[in-house]
Design a protein around this ligand. Structure first.
Ligand code: ADE
Length: 231
């Protein structure tokens, strides 16, 4: 997958691509990326990228000129372009899967109050919100989207870890334990030491159901409904 990130602050984006599992995916050629600094496309002497909103109000808006020039330079009119914004549609597992099937994506990182609407109308295919709160950094939201998407590319992590994780079948994950067997006087659930695979599977399923019911009654109700439908 080929990722292009348009930003005024390339440093945190570059740092992310240079660490951990993402760095390995890049080294193995599973992901390629480039960071484009929007400021490089500002034409005035001060390289201004933001301005006050028409109609008044708080904050600053990213100017359309530099952003349009930056998007034109990377094929923004033909490549699926994502703008992370609290006003977008919610970022959930089905959208993650959809984006993971793309060969190329562009992400536009906003700052301040947002970007000029004419850029959204002309270039943006998906406005996506990562949650019902407002971040000051569009880079963080873009990286959340990238992180959720690239790990689903074939070969980045094992298929087994992907299948068993939260949200893939409507339930949250079961609790995990590792050595030592007793930690701070607390042991590991007996069944996990039994070597009895069928019992372990059943225990984990019970745990997932209980956890989902407690933490996410909305997901629990949806899971119950689809289970009843299947039956
Ligand atoms: N930018 C700022 N807040 C955001 C959010 N909640 N989702 C996506 N992008 C954002």
């Amino acid at each position: 997958m080929n990722l292009t990130i348009l930003t005024l602050f390339p440093e945190p984006v570059e740092a992310y691509f240079a660490s951990s599992i993402m760095a390995k995916a890049v080294a193995r050629g599973l992901v390629t990326y480039r960071c484009v600094n929007i400021r490089d496309f500002a034409v005035d002497v001060h390289r201004t990228c933001d301005d006050a909103p028409y109609g008044g109000g708080a904050g600053m808006v990213l100017k359309p000129g530099p952003l349009a020039a930056a998007l034109d330079s990377v094929g923004g009119d033909r490549i699926r372009t994502i703008y992370p914004t609290p006003s977008g549609r919610p970022f959930r597992a089905p959208l993650v899967h959809e984006l993971a099937a793309e060969k190329e994506l562009i992400l536009v990182c906003g700052r301040y109050e947002g970007i000029d609407q004419r850029i959204i109308d002309r270039y943006v295919d998906d406005e996506i919100s990562i949650g019902d709160y407002v971040l000051s950094s569009g880079e963080l939201a873009a990286l959340v989207i990238i992180d959720a998407v690239y790990r689903r590319i074939n070969g980045v992590i094992t298929a087994e870890s992907l299948d068993e994780e939260s949200f893939e079948d409507g339930l949250l994950e079961y609790p995990h334990y590792t050595r030592p067997e007793t930690f701070a006087s607390v042991g590991v659930p007996e069944v996990l030491l039994s070597g009895h695979h069928e019992q372990i599977r059943a225990w984990r399923m019970e745990q997932r159901i209980a956890k989902t019911r407690q933490m996410r009654p909305d997901l629990y109700q949806a899971w119950l409904a689809q289970r009843d439908d299947k039956e």
